[in-house]
Write a protein that binds this ligand. Structure first.
Ligand code: VG1
Ligand code: CO
Length: 572
């Protein structure tokens, strides 16, 4: 094998964010940009010669090209074997599953997750360690440091590998094994959940719809839901992964997953236009819509996942499950799933995620940890056996079965709970609130702000921290404010600057954070939370219930005068 050592100049902007390095496709296409970063990863991790690596991505534009480059750099850097998903596909949780199952040295995942794809869209790359989880900050910091001094990279002069054929191929001295991207993951799901009970639920007329948003989960959802669980063909919509996600924004929230939202909220006929094979439903019984013909009945359960398959949105009929509540409901009902019947060691949530899970943990008598935003902070807790379930308000839920959040896993957990309880999604959530109280919660995102205005807004907030405690705003009195920092209980590492918190006397809070996953300008996230113990008031619209806090958030941040904005881009 001939190895070329290519002279290069370092880039100064290869700092991984909340989840890896994300940039415009055009940036990754510029000369040496991808190569430099991959070499910086390999220099940093210093894998012993002959090590095995996993490589795969969410199928977005530039995925295939990037994989060919990574394979050639891996061959030149002494890796013995690389496991690659067929056609370059591996969802983020599936990549984590494969790293763990085959005990590889680590893996490289290509994705910009929920960011749009295509030639003008975003691309991303991240390194996961041997536990299957995103590299912790000390490794991503070291990769960044290395990228700033890099003077050359090594690449093998070999032809491209045919990624569409399963099997083993030799690339220079290195073996490339093209694997089925779905099988290992689907087997893992089958080992965790009561597939028999879910099959019975589905054959009894319970209708589901899963929107893969033309992103990576299509093949996974079809295999698991339509094949292994017997859901009718057409249950999975937008199930073919496309390099530009069908020009959509593969973010499973109420704004961007609008096709699913129309099906679950809008006219029942919307589901027909999604080419749903209603004939396969046989003698399903309508619930509450009995007068409607069978084929126009709205599904009982809807779900969607994001670009790389680690996020989930859960919907009932005309009902949205807030992701923070979803984590709490899963924790409270975990015993229904065979993989979790033995009980939970603990739960963890990111700081901006609501405290709903804390209430369940308290009742179960298990610990609840509060970490910074991003899945990389859960890894140590899971590795140490301290937590079983983890969640983020940003549509991320998962467990110690892998070391990434896992969209389809959450969907299957919900189906397992629905099969076990025989109630609607809405009834389960309402009953949960009645039992534990409701952490009324919402996140307002302001996307595409000028970066300097966003930074100045955050500075302005911080400058008030000394004087805010004790001040009254409407019915709320400020108790404390801080810039959240976290000391990892396992390795003692400290992460600072993780979000500004304003906490009120009654436990309500407002959190301000700047996104670490965007590629253009700045995105301000405002997280709002209040507690409602009174069952008679719990069904109030979240925006109404939080109206007072929203006014305070605008006032404290001078949002309008600093950014010219009053209305969020996305409300969750
Ligand atoms: C966002 C979410 C965060 C999540 C991250 C990666 O980060 O808020 O909770 O872990 O995306 O998710 P930020 O920094 O933009 O707020 V994914 O699905 O992009 O891997
Ligand atoms: Co994602």
């Amino acid at each position: 094998m001939s190895i070329r050592t290519v002279a290069t100049t370092p880039f100064n902007d290869q700092k991984p964010g909340t989840s890896g390095l994300r940039k415009k496709v055009t940036v990754f296409q510029s000369a040496h940009y991808l190569e430099n970063f991959v070499q910086a990863i390999f220099d940093t991790i210093a894998a012993p010669a002959g090590s095995t690596l996993v490589v795969g991505g969410d199928g977005r534009f530039y995925n295939r090209e990037a994989i060919q480059v990574i394979l050639k750099i891996a061959a030149a850097n002494g890796f013995g074997k690389v496991l690659v998903g067929q056609d370059g596909i591996l969802s983020t949780p599936a990549a984590s599953c494969v790293i763990r199952k085959y005990q590889t040295y680590g893996g490289i995942i290509l994705s910009a997750s929920h960011n749009p794809g295509g030639p003008d869209g975003d691309f991303g790359i991240k390194y996961n360690t041997a536990n299957g989880g995103p590299a912790p900050e000390k490794i991503t910091d070291a990769i960044f440091a290395r990228s700033k001094t890099l003077e050359c990279y090594r690449i093998a002069d070999v032809p491209d590998v045919a990624l569409d054929q399963l099997g083993s191929f030799s690339l220079g001295g290195m073996t490339v094994e093209v694997i089925d991207p779905v099988a290992d993951y689907a087997d893992l799901m089958e080992s965790l959940f009561d597939f028999k009970a879910i099959r019975a639920l589905l054959s009894g007329g319970f209708r589901i719809c899963f929107d893969a948003m033309h992103a990576v989960t299509g093949p996974y959802a079809k295999e698991i839901m339509e094949k292994r669980l017997g859901a009718p063909a057409g249950t999975v919509i937008n199930g073919v992964p496309l390099p530009d996600f069908g020009q959509g924004h593969p973010d499973p929230n109420l704004t961007y997953a609008h096709e699913l939202v129309e099906i679950m909220y809008g006219s029942p006929a919307a589901f027909d236009s999604a080419a749903f094979d209603s004939a396969a439903f046989g003698s399903a019984q309508a619930t509450g819509e009995g007068a409607l013909p069978e084929r126009s009945r709205r599904p009982d359960f809807g779900a969607a996942s994001d670009g790389d398959g680690d996020r989930n949105m859960i919907l009932g009929k005309h009902f949205f499950v807030n992701p923070s509540d979803s984590l709490a409901v899963i924790a409270a009902n975990a015993a229904l799933a065979p993989g979790y019947a033995k009980g939970l060691a603990g739960v963890a949530r990111s700081m901006p995620t609501s405290g709903a899970a804390d209430r369940v943990a308290a009742k179960l008598g298990i610990p609840c940890y509060e970490t910074p935003t991003g899945w990389k902070f859960f890894g140590n807790l899971m590795d140490a056996g301290k937590v079983t379930l983890c969640g983020e308000e940003s549509f991320g839920t998962g467990s110690d079965h892998v070391r990434e959040k896992d969209g389809l896993w959450a969907v299957l957990f919900w189906l397992n709970i629905l099969a076990g309880r025989g109630q609607s999604v809405e009834d389960i959530v309402h009953q949960h609130w009645a039992e534990y109280g409701r952490n009324v919660y919402s996140r307002h995102d302001y996307e595409g702000l000028p970066a300097d205005a966003a930074a100045a807004l955050m500075d302005h907030l911080k400058s008030q921290f000394a004087s805010l405690p004790g001040q009254r705003f409407g019915g709320y009195t400020v108790k404390l404010c801080d810039d959240f920092s976290y000391t990892d209980p396992i390795d003692g590492s400290v992460s600072t600057g993780q979000g500004l918190r304003v906490i009120f006397e009654d436990g309500s809070r407002i959190v301000f954070r700047l996104s670490g996953t965007g590629t253009e300008g700045a995105t301000l996230r405002i997280y709002l939370e209040a507690f409602e113990p009174d069952a008679a008031k719990q069904r109030m619209d979240a925006q109404e219930a939080l109206a007072g806090l929203i006014v305070i958030a605008h006032e404290l941040s001078q949002l309008k005068s600093r950014t010219g904005r009053e209305q969020p881009t996305v409300i969750t």
